[in-house]
Write a protein that binds this ligand. Structure first.
Ligand code: GLU
Length: 483
C-alpha cells in the first residue's frame, strides 16, 4: 500500500485560527495512526495578504501544541521547497502545459470590462461567470499582446455540460455541474498562481494521498478535480471537515470571541486542553468519551468517525477540559508552570520557595482551572489580608468568636512545630470542651487568617501559613474585626 502523506497548508495570516488547529490536528492524527507523513506547506501566493513574521509565528504555535511535522519549511524533505512563493517556476510550467493542451488560456480583460460584465450579469440575474471572450483571440493576437507586455491572467477552461463526481470520505458522494463553475483564474496578473493551481500542483508533486481540510474548501474541489484530470494526474482522497459554529450556529468568527490559538495560549489554556477540545470539534468515539491525551487520540482517531454536521464551539467545555487536564498534571510540572506565572505577577520579586508552593498546589488542586488561579484565587498565601469580607463577618462572626480565637492562639503557642493534625486537634478539643460545633471556630479562623470565607481545607490553610503567621494574623484580626 502507498505510504499515507497528508499536509496542513495554511496561508500565513499572522495567527493560527482554531479551525486551522483542528485541520492540522486531524491531519497529524491521521498520519500518525497510519504510519504516514505529515507535511507543513505554506500557501503564501496571495501577496496582498502577506504579514511580516507570520510563518515563524505559525511554526512556533504548531510546535507549542506539539504538532510535529515530518517535512516543512524548516524541515527539508525530498519534495521541497515547502513554501509556495519559492515554487513559482513549477506553477508556471504546469500552467503552460494546460494552455498548450487547450485546458487553460490567456485572458487580457481590463478590470473595467470585468466589472461591466458582472454588473450586466447581476442585473439580468445571471450567474457571475467569465464569458470566455479571450478564447476568441487568435494565436497571433495573443502572441502580440504578450510581446507588448499587456496585463493578463491565465484561466481554467471549464467545459459546460459535464458532471464532476467526488467521493468524499466524510461527506460521501457529492456531484457538481460544470455549468456553474467559473473559468477560474490560475495565474494572476502579478504572475503568482492562485490557491487552486498551486494547491493542486503541490498536492500532486508532494505525493499527498489524502486531502483533509475544512468544508469551506468543498466548493473549490470540482475545480481541483478538473485540474487533476487535465494534467492527467491520479486524484487523492478528499475529506472535508465540518464547519465550526458559534453557539448561535453562525460561522465561527473573530467577532464573537477569540479564534486565535495564540490568544488562548496567552490566556493560560493548556496545550493538552486545546488539543483535546479541538479534537472533539466534529469527531467522537462511539462511547462519547471526553478526556483524551494526544497518544490516546492517535490510537482512537479515524476519518470515518468525523461528523458531517457543523461543530459548535463551546467555551465552557474548553474551560472544563482545561481544569481536568490541569488536575492530572504532576506536582513538579505544576510547580514550574506556577513559577513562570509568578514572574508576571505582582509577586515577581518575592516568589515563595518551592516547598511552600508545592503545599499550595496540593491544597488548591481541585479548586483551580488555570495555573494563574493558584495565585489569583488564594492571595492570602502570599500576603496578609488587607480587609475582611463583610458578608462573612455578618454571617460567621459571633459574640464568642473573639474569645474562641484567643483560646485557639493560646493553645497553638504551646505547640512546638505544629503539624496539620495539631491544628485540627486543638480545634476539636476546644469545640468538645465547650460543647459547640466545630464550625464556630472554623469559620472565624478562616476569616481571620485569609480575609475571606472560602478556600482550601482550613487545616491545610493554617498548616501552610505556619504557626507564627497564623498567630500574627489572628491577633491582627482580633483588633480589626468587631461586630
Ligand atoms: N491555503 C488554504 C488555507 O489557508 C489551504 C486549503 C487546503 O487545505 O486546501 O486554508
Amino acid at each position: 500500500m502507498k505510504e499515507v502523506r497528508v499536509r496542513f497548508a495554511p496561508s500565513p495570516t499572522g495567527y493560527l485560527h482554531v479551525g486551522g488547529l483542528r485541520t492540522a490536528l486531524y491531519n497529524y492524527l491521521f498520519a500518525k495512526k497510519n504510519n504516514g507523513k505529515f507535511v507543513l506547506r505554506i500557501e503564501d501566493t496571495d501577496r496582498n495578504r502577506l504579514v511580516e513574521g507570520a510563518v515563524e509565528k505559525l511554526i512556533e504555535t504548531l510546535k507549542w501544541v506539539g504538532l510535529d511535522y515530518d517535512e516543512g519549511p524548516d524541515k527539508p524533505g525530498d519534495v521541497g521547497p515547502y513554501t509556495q512563493s519559492q515554487r513559482l517556476d513549477l506553477y508556471k510550467k504546469y500552467a503552460e502545459k494546460l494552455i498548450a493542451d487547450g485546458n487553460a488560456y490567456y485572458a487580457f480583460d481590463t478590470p473595467e470590462r470585468l466589472q461591466e460584465l458582472r454588473d450586466y450579469q447581476y442585473k439580468n440575474k445571471l450567474q457571475p461567470k467569465y464569458d470566455k471572450l479571450a478564447l476568441k483571440l487568435s494565436k497571433e493576437e495573443i502572441e502580440e499582446k504578450l510581446a507588448n507586455g499587456e496585463p493578463h491572467v491565465v484561466r481554467l477552461n471549464v467545459r459546460s455540460g459535464e458532471k464532476i463526481k467526488l467521493n468524499d470520505i466524510i461527506r460521501g458522494q457529492v456531484e457538481f455541474e460544470t455549468d456553474i463553475i467559473d473559468d477560474q483564474i490560475l495565474i494572476k496578473s502579478d504572475g503568482f498562481p492562485t490557491y487552486h493551481l498551486a494547491n493542486v500542483v503541490d498536492d500532486y508533486l508532494m505525493g499527498i494521498t489524502h486531502v483533509i481540510r475544512g468544508e469551506e474548501w468543498l466548493s473549490s474541489t470540482p475545480k481541483h478535480i478538473l485540474l487533476y484530470k487535465y494534467l492527467g494526474w491520479e486524484l487523492p482522497e478528499f475529506a472535508h471537515l465540518p464547519l465550526l459554529l458559534n453557539p448561535d450556529r453562525s460561522k465561527l468568527s473573530k467577532r464573537q470571541g477569540d479564534v486565535a490559538v495564540e490568544d488562548y495560549r496567552a490566556k493560560g489554556y493548556l496545550k493538552e486542553a486545546l488539543i483535546n477540545f479541538v479534537a472533539l470539534l466534529g469527531w467522537s468515539t462511539s462511547d462519547n468519551r471526553e478526556i483524551f491525551e494526544m497518544n490516546e487520540l492517535i490510537e482512537e482517531f479515524s476519518l470515518e468517525r468525523v461528523h458531517k454536521a457543523g461543530a459548535i464551539f463551546n467555551i465552557e467545555k474548553l474551560n472544563w477540559l482545561n481544569a481536568e487536564h490541569l488536575r492530572k498534571k504532576p506536582a513538579e510540572e505544576l510547580l514550574s508552570m506556577l513559577k513562570e506565572e509568578f514572574k508576571n505577577s505582582k509577586y515577581a520579586d518575592s516568589i515563595p520557595d518551592d516547598d511552600y508552593l508545592l503545599l499550595i498546589i496540593e491544597a488548591m488542586r481541585e479548586r483551580v482551572s488555570f495555573v494563574r488561579e493558584y495565585i489569583e484565587k488564594c492571595p492570602y498565601f502570599y500576603e496578609r489580608p488587607t480587609g475582611y469580607d463583610e458578608a462573612v463577618i455578618k454571617k460567621r462572626w459571633k459574640d464568642d468568636s473573639q474569645e474562641l480565637l484567643r483560646e485557639y492562639v493560646g493553645r497553638l503557642k504551646r505547640i512546638e512545630n505544629p503539624q496539620k493534625e495539631d491544628y485540627e486537634k486543638i480545634l476539636v478539643e476546644i469545640a468538645e470542651e465547650r460543647e459547640i460545633g466545630k464550625g464556630r471556630l472554623i469559620h472565624p479562623l478562616r476569616l481571620a487568617v485569609s480575609g475571606v470565607g472560602i478556600g482550601p481545607g482550613v487545616y491545610d490553610l493554617l498548616f501552610i501559613l505556619g504557626k507564627d503567621e497564623v498567630i500574627n494574623r489572628i491577633e491582627t484580626a482580633l483588633t480589626k474585626i468587631s461586630k
